[in-house]
Design a protein around this ligand. Structure first.
Ligand SMILES: Nc1nc2c(c(=O)[nH]1)N[C@H]1C(S)=C(S)[C@@H](COP(=O)(O)O)O[C@H]1N2
Ligand SMILES: [Mo]
Length: 378
């Protein structure tokens, strides 16, 4: 190799190291490292949709072309030239913002792991998650500029996508919509985003503009934004009050059962063993933990004692998943189970899959139980 080329190359490596330390040391793609796929990962090629393939998780940031997408009413074509965002309802100063107006406002970024609340476990639906660096402008100053009236309590986000709903014999053509309470909408982390991983927001992920509500499940992050409306009543649309409603039977000590129905909300503490690799005779389990501020992750093999994993991402990216690894010394040949549990900074432990909290839940949304994985060591 020419010396100049060599310098150029090492220069690149150094730049890559400085710019994205995670992708370099979180998953050292070490020479000769072999993937031992989990036996319960369905072949991802069979999925027509783009979903995260945990077996091949090897970067902290999920590239845009590998980022999952969910759309309940198809992907609407939005005429970019004519696009404007309406801010209306119970406000003294209704706004009509162009993309130029929005881009002229202060820019804010957040690295946020977006998970669909329907992401409920192997062997079915687990890949509806990704971690991206989102950029846009904070919502709160826009609401302040619109001057929300005293009786405004709810902020509804309408998308451009439209679907037909029927309820009690009434047919309704309605836009996709979700709401946040005014106080939740005013949190300074909530953004209107036009950029994803340094690129213009892809159409599938909500271009030209989407809501990013860090710390909330994906359903809150309304794509293809059309209108933001302030109201004086709770919003009960399909995606707030019918779908994306968790039904849980809570047994009290006095024997009474309390049925709790709640709208999918903030993310829940969760972790997953993503893949096993072998380098020579050394085995390693890699995984991720997210949904709450992570203190530590522990791993249990074949129902053995919980042992501490090493967190590879120590950066203070509050809303991003943490990547972890666990050195698995001398596994015997044959079948094994691997399970991880995350513990948050307040000491909460990710619940076991067979705990009452999880088994009392009769819907699949917000499933954050421990996920037992199966692997065959050849
Ligand atoms: N307008 C609109 N926004 C939407 C949806 C939708 O169907 N329409 N789906 C929601 C759901 S259920 C999820 S999980 C996230 C997915 O975001 P992504 O497609 O960028 O991954 O978008 C949310 N925002
Ligand atoms: Mo979702």
């Amino acid at each position: 190799m020419e010396r100049r080329d060599f310098l150029k190359q090492s220069g690149f490596t150094l730049t890559a190291l400085l710019l994205s330390p995670w992708s370099v040391y979180a998953f050292p793609r070490r020479e000769g490292e072999v993937l031992i796929p989990f036996a319960d990962q369905p072949p991802v090629s069979e999925n027509k949709r783009v979903l995260l393939d945990w077996n091949h998780l090897d970067t902290f940031i999920t590239p845009n072309e590998k980022f999952f997408n969910v759309s309940h009413y198809g992907k609407p074509e939005v005429a970019l030239g004519a696009w404007k965002l309406e801010v209306s309802g119970l406000v003294d100063n209704p706004l009509l913002l162009t993309m130029e107006d929005i881009k002229a406002r202060p820019r804010q970024e957040v690295t946020f792991t977006l998970e669909c609340s329907g992401n409920h476990g192997f062997p079915t639906f687990t890949g509806a998650i990704g971690n991206a660096k989102w950029a846009g402008t904070p919502l709160a100053p826009i609401l302040e500029e619109a001057r929300v009236q005293e009786n405004g309590i709810e902020v509804i986000f309408f998308g451009h996508d439209v679907g037909e709903e029927e309820r009690r014999g009434v047919k309704m053509r309605q836009n996709f919509a979700r709401s946040l309470s005014l106080s939740d909408a005013l949190e300074d982390t909530v953004l209107l985003c036009y950029e994803m991983n340094g690129e213009p927001l892809p159409h599938a992920n909500g271009a030209p503009l989407r809501l990013i509500a860090p710390g909330w499940y994906g359903i809150a992050c309304v794509k293809w934004l059309k209108r933001i409306e302030v109201r004086d009543t709770r919003f009960m649309g399909r995606f707030m009050a019918r779908d994306y409603v968790t039904m849980r039977e809570e047994k009290r000590s006095d024997g009474e059962s309390v049925w709790m129905e709640s709208s999918v909300g903030r993310t829940k503490l969760k972790s997953l063993a993503a893949k096993v690799t072998r380098l020579g005779d050394k085995y390693c389990i890699y995984g991720a933990a997210w949904g709450a501020p992570i203190d530590r992750v522990e791993v249990s093999i074949d129902n053995g004692a919980w042992r501490k994993a090493t967190l590879d991402t120590t950066e203070s990216a509050e809303f991003a998943w943490k990547i972890w690894h666990f050195n698995w010394d001398n596994p015997t040949k044959g079948e094994h189970t691997v399970v991880s549990r995350a513990i948050d900074t307040r000491g909460n432990i990710q619940p076991a899959g067979d705990s009452a909290h999880i088994t009392g839940k009769h819907t699949y949304w917000e499933s954050n139980g421990q996920i037992v994985r199966r692997v065959h060591i050849p």
